[in-house]
Unconditional design. Structure first.
Length: 67
């Protein structure tokens, strides 16, 4: 059965990441690796999935620290 699924992505995500206040906390090679991963994953799953997964992982880690 065929179906349509819209996948949203952020073009030029490198510019957005490098412009953040947190970017200077990472080495250039770490930023390159991060961006390669994000670009690959967002093209397969969409940026919405990455945002939800990131929130889920952050919440799980936060809860572990609270216990």
């Amino acid at each position: 059965m065929d179906f349509d699924y819209t996948v949203f992505f952020i073009p030029n995500i490198r510019d957005s990441i490098v412009a953040t206040r947190q970017a200077n906390k990472y080495s250039p090679s770490d930023i390159d690796a991060m961006i390669r991963w994000i670009e690959k994953e967002q093209m397969e799953w969409g940026i919405g999935h990455l945002i939800l997964k990131s929130a889920e992982l952050f919440a799980a880690e936060f809860l572990l620290k609270c216990t």
